[in-house]
Design a protein around this ligand. Structure first.
Ligand SMILES: *Cc1c(COP(=O)(O)O)cnc(C)c1O
Length: 296
């Protein structure tokens, strides 16, 4: 398996007549280029959990997620890469046919345990799992360990080059890490991938090292809810690809790119703003789409 190589990550200019018109600039941090499987922000969130596991001589990583979870997929791949067993506790009864994400996770060696949606809320650890030899990773990598890893994303850029960092928000771990690394330089703006998840602000705040700063999260770009999409979103993603050659995903980054354009259109960003958009990866999630939905 190919190893993680942060040198694959680069910053691309995001050119657009709209941004010219509004006198703003946007660049895209291409975390999606990190690795074909362990792509995007997930590696950064996982890195210190893996380090902990290695320091404590644990032999496996145990984590939680749903059938299309990028986090499950990335944990399976990262575990294989570093020689740790992986165990995924999956929300919902075992399906007759595994989702592509779960199928690929098992191919990467992950052992799956399905539990009912009700049970899943408690995040129980099946008795067969030996906790003394396992490193637990909360769902989505959420926690200070995950946020600390996410903060290292900004070592890839010069924070002084930007006035705003705009990122997608799921569990809020990445956003908290970015805020911890960037609060003294500029604003981190989060675009929620969920509908009405008003707990997000406090979830992010819990992970902040500087409690006096407040998360700014916009909740208007969910397209009907988490992982929901419509033809308007797909058309937009195809248009972005045609124009920039950059693929986005239906769960997080398609909505993120859409939000950036819509907010720019609505004059959210003052003239002179220099925006860094975090392309956090997630492209594997597009495998859930019917064939032919996207041109990439
Ligand atoms: C998981 C994920 C996010 C959200 O990250 P959180 O730290 O959970 O908020 C954003 N974008 C992509 C592509 C992801 O896979």
């Amino acid at each position: 398996m190919q190893y993680i190589n942060p040198e694959h990550i680069r910053v691309d200019p995001y050119l657009s007549p709209l941004f010219d018109d509004k006198e703003i600039t946007a660049n895209i941090l291409r975390l999606d280029l990190l690795h074909p499987v362990v792509s995007g922000n997930k590696w950064f969130k996982l890195r210190y959990y893996i380090e902990k596991a290695q320091e404590q001589n644990k032999n496996s990583l145990v984590t939680f997620g749903g059938a299309w979870s990028n986090h499950i997929h990335a944990t399976a791949a990262a575990g294989k890469m570093v020689g740790l067993k992986t165990i995924g506790i999956i929300r919902g009864e075992a399906p007759a046919r595994l989702s592509t994400t779960l199928l690929q996770a098992t191919e990467l060696g992950m052992q799956l345990h399905f539990i009912s949606r009700e049970e899943y809320r408690q995040k129980p650890i099946p008795e067969s799992i030996d906790l003394s030899s396992s490193q637990l990773i909360p769902e989505g990598g959420y926690g200070t360990t995950g946020a600390r890893g996410a903060a290292t994303i900004l070592s890839l850029i010069n924070p002084d080059d930007y006035t705003h960092i705009v990122c997608a928000v799921g569990s809020g771990t990445m956003m908290a890490g970015l805020m911890n690394a960037y609060w003294s330089k500029g604003v981190v703006l989060g675009i929620s991938a969920m509908k009405n998840n008003q707990a997000l602000e406090s979830d992010v705040r819990q992970l902040l090292e500087v409690p006096a700063i407040s998360p700014v999260i916009i909740h208007d770009y969910h397209f009907g809810g988490f992982a929901k999409y419509n033809s308007r979103l797909l058309d937009f993603m195809n248009e972005v690809y045609r124009y920039t050659g950059i693929p986005t995903d239906i769960v997080y980054t398609g909505k993120l790119f859409f939000a950036l354009n819509d907010l720019a259109w609505k004059n959210y960003f003052p003239p002179g703003s220099k925006i860094l958009l975090i392309h956090s990866g997630g492209l594997q999630g597009n495998q859930s789409l019917p064939n032919g939905s996207l041109i990439f």
